[in-house]
Design a protein around this ligand. Sequence first.
Ligand code: AHR
Length: 492
Amino acid sequence: GAATHQVTVSADLSQQGPVINKDIYGQFAEHLGRGIYEGLWVGPDSSIPNTKGFRNDVIEALKAMEVPLVRWPGGCFADEYHWRDGIGPKDERPVKVNTHWGGVEETNAVGTHEFFDLAELLGAEVYINGNLGSGTVREMAEWMEYMTSDKNSTLANQRRANGREKPWDIKYFGIGNESWGCGGHMEPDYYTDLYRQYATFLKTPPGKKPLLVGSGGHTEDTQWTDVLSKNIERDMDGISYHFYTLPNDEWETKGHATKFDEKMWFATLERTYRMDEYLKNNIAILDKNDPEGELGFYVDEWGTWYDAEEGREPGFLYQQNTLRDAVVAAVNLNLFHAYAKRVHMTNIAQMVNVLQAMILTDGPEMLKTPTYHIYDMYSVFQDATSIPLTLEAPDYAMGDKAVPAVTGSLAKGKDGRTYLALVNLDPNNSASIKLDVSGGLDKTLKGEILTAEKMTAKNTFDDKDAVTPKAFKTTADDFTLPAKSIVVVALN
Ligand code: AHR
């Protein structure tokens, strides 16, 4: 039967933790399925209203949730991408086969210039992932020159002739992706040497060097973090790491995106919460190998990965998104905030129509997923200063496994207000929240709540607002967090 969890949130609002880098809210846009083509890019001649080929409806929605950073062009695609294919007149660009994702034709209609157009339309910074797996040192070095040189060099002039006078700014640049797998099936020692070689030749004008990202490990692995942080002494600003939530924990039958019972709800959250241990283990290694804290730990792919929707090309990784995904997003974001000292950047996979997406499209139609709404509600945490909090919550348990019933975040936003986010992972029981907070609370706490009657609630093209945030108001001493809900409130 339904019960009420007793949860205590203790904090001293005068305390300051690390800043929550806004890049934790980064997105990932790979040439995969309908993520770029259709989802973002329809081309300038499309009947779908667009700006420079990018659909206005999707851009407007993404701008509203404040996307700080976009990673492109992959993923596995990055290690097969040759940048010269994507510049110059579109009808002269080579058509390639996207061998990783459905074997479809890649027209190269979206290339470097178009990607920077997208970033500009979103007001976002860029994270470009270079090709280590099937490219060359020279190809990567020349791409960097093409994008960033202010000289009278032939490559910089080619960029100008293609329509871009000024060099672009690149915030992050990745040297390979999943080099232990699709990026070349390498050993970390071998990759380490390649990294050093490639990084040596990435030259930029003074002050224009991107943060360079080493391609690291995934899931429970810590060896890549260890080998890279021990052996790369220069030119590396952070190490990437990937962890996906597969409800069944196996690639053959990952689990259904919308048809699930409480057992699968729990399994999904129990697997998501392993991020806590994986971050802790990797960060302990960094603290040992890099005690000055110079290296960031970048979770540049994460999110739910379900069985591809029936009747669709399995290689397109299209999946629906329910209230469960919203809870997964909130739990992970709370963890990233907690480890903000090392975790400076993450990218959820992926922005549109792929895996745990913010937005789904169907021809000219689009909808915002429950995950979108979490990013929107949590946007107050971008560049906020975290405030240490102690959260005493009972377990939400099944069999011999357990996760905390409630997780949360507390921070002082850039607007000067203090924000508390809480997520109740338990689909049956509400939580009574005791705020043991010193530093001045408003009498009435106001914010937003995301919840629904059913765990499987989702937005569809017939009912786009089935799961959408509602106003939330409570007094500090009578604060109830409903079952399976996410709340963000201002404390003062
Ligand atoms: O996000 C989908 C794929 O997952 C990426 O291309 C790859 O890096 C990872 O295996």
